[in-house]
Design a protein around this ligand. Structure first.
Ligand code: PAF
Length: 281
């Protein structure tokens, strides 16, 4: 595995690989890798000849007062995991390599980003889209793989690819869970042992909705109320949002007559956790 630290070297490697007719798969990450990331690497491997993983804790997607400084970083472990997963290139740029001191151009989406995490974290997706656009320009992948856990992010990046004509195929990999059902996330490490237990309320709330839906319940209000009941039983849990939205437009639904997503962002103590599930009538 090669470790590449500069944009120029990354671009040169990609051009060379593509000239030799090889398809480049790409998994962008912020490091602190876990099984969820490694499953995305496996997916990339299935559709590409070479796999690039980037690790870059992107400052522009953190709001003032968020956890940019304390975001978990473990470069040695990440590098070993990438080697073990058969990654071909680890792209590990310094912040200075990615953003000029007077950087002033951003990618801003106007519709899908207005609700859910976009409402709670204004400016977050502008940072995400900007860095992903930059990473696409550095890596020039044929296929890029993102996780379903960050479903709004995945939908927004697909929209950016479509609207800005990036020649990149998008693949979204399923949520990978701990054996007890908690969706894997680098931020799970922030949870104290009691909070780790409480965090299972997200999966429980989704299970509740899935069961009711399977039993024929189609009233959005009743499904949401059932989830809120689960959260009310956990004092450390504070719901940021719990919504049922259209799978494509991410707009809240009144009637469950098409594929929809149940999306959750819940604070457990000081950690904000995301989860979601798809319901198909
Ligand atoms: O999902 C993430 O880890 C990040 O938002 C991403 C896509 C790597 C952009 O910084």
């Amino acid at each position: 595995m090669q470790v590449i630290r500069t944009v120029e070297a990354m671009r040169a490697w990609s051009l060379q690989s593509k000239r030799s007719g090889r398809r480049v798969g790409f998994v962008p990450t912020m490091g602190c890798l876990h099984e969820g990331h490694l499953s995305l690497v496996q997916l990339a491997r299935r559709t590409a000849d070479l796999v690039v993983v980037s690790i870059f804790v992107n400052p522009t997607q953190f709001l003032p007062g968020e956890d940019f400084e304390k975001y978990p970083r473990d470069p040695e472990r990440d590098e070993a995991l990438c080697r073990g997963a058969g990654v071909d290139v680890l792209f590990y740029p310094e912040t200075g390599a990615m953003y000029a001191g007077d950087h002033s151009v951003f990618v801003d989406e106007q519709r899908l980003s207005s609700g859910l995490c976009g409402a709670s974290r204004p400016g977050h997706f502008r940072g995400v889209l900007t860095v992903v656009a930059k990473l696409f320009n550095c890596v020039q992948p044929d296929v890029a793989v993102f996780g379903q856990k960050d479903v709004q992010q995945a939908r927004l990046i697909s929209r950016m690819v479509r609207d800005l004509d990036f020649p990149v195929e998008m693949v979204v990999g399923p949520i990978v869970r701990e054996p007890d059902g908690l969706a894997m996330s680098s931020r799970n490490q922030y949870l104290a042992p009691a909070e780790r237990q409480d965090a299972l309320c997200l999966r429980r709330a989704l299970d509740r909705v899935e069961d009711l839906f399977a039993g024929g319940e189609r009233e959005v209000e009743r499904l949401l109320a059932a989830m809120m009941e689960v959260f009310r039983a956990i004092p450390s849990a504070r719901v940021d949002y719990a919504e049922i939205v259209d799978d494509v437009t991410l707009e809240p639904l009144q009637k469950l007559d098409r594929r929809c997503l149940v999306v959750l962002a819940v604070w457990v103590g000081k950690t904000r956790l995301l989860d979601n599930t798809l319901l198909t009538p």
